[in-house]
Design a protein around this ligand. Sequence first.
Ligand SMILES: [Zn+2]
Ligand SMILES: [Zn+2]
Ligand SMILES: [Zn+2]
Length: 275
Amino acid sequence: MCTRQTPIRRYAELRSDGLSRRAIAAAVSSGALLHLRRGVYAEAGACPPVVAAARHGGALACVTAARHLGLWVLEATDDVHVWMHGAGHVRAHDPCACRPHWDDVSTARGFAPPAIAVVLRQILRCRGVEEFFVALESSLRQLLLTAADRTWLHENVNDLGREALAFARSDADSGLESLVRWRLRNHQLDVRTQVRVISVGRVDLLIGDCLIIEADGAPFHDGASQRHRDLRRDAHAAAWGYVTLRFDYALIVHDWPTVELAILAYVDRGLHRSR
Ligand SMILES: [Zn+2]
Ligand SMILES: [Zn+2]
Ligand SMILES: [Zn+2]
């Protein structure tokens, strides 16, 4: 993460921040400032996507801004989503893998990223409701959304976005868990999160009384010792009458029909109810 909130500054901003012409020239030749293009400078150490967005003529937007803020984003992509404001000027630069966004909402400074509620709406429009929901729950969990932000979102998204807002909670533990809850929402299941199960500890999701769903997200679930711990958890759970279904990132994100069929097959057999 960049050390400054806005590591990109125009010449006039550097001057009004108290740097003399000579100090700016010295900072450029010492490498403390990077001269991106005429009149635009980056702090040394600014994150590559922030610099790419500035070269393109804007600020971070959408999923790129969300990841930069530390929110969950489902799909890693190298595309830089750039906020061009209402009528920014696209600059040629190389290499350019930018996805421009044109929301017209004001901020104090040209290269400052949009407010988090705006970022979330960009995700909804650009990537759809699932990515929106995941990033939304992540920002709720990190207490990054004010009541005013939620009201603004409510008034500025579509019906599906409002459904996501109503369904979102602030205690989701991972993007995968959010995604599973969202995708199961129409099945009338009793889905609880972060339940403590005797002899096992906290599980990701509990359906009914005793169907445990574990969502193993990279990169924490690698290696033999983690596998041993998981098997041990499952064995303890089984001993206490629980059934565990365990899915990984690739299955949940890319092969949801298989995951859904597995869960519903267990539910149809009543395995989620204690007898
Ligand atoms: Zn950064
Ligand atoms: Zn986007
Ligand atoms: Zn570009």
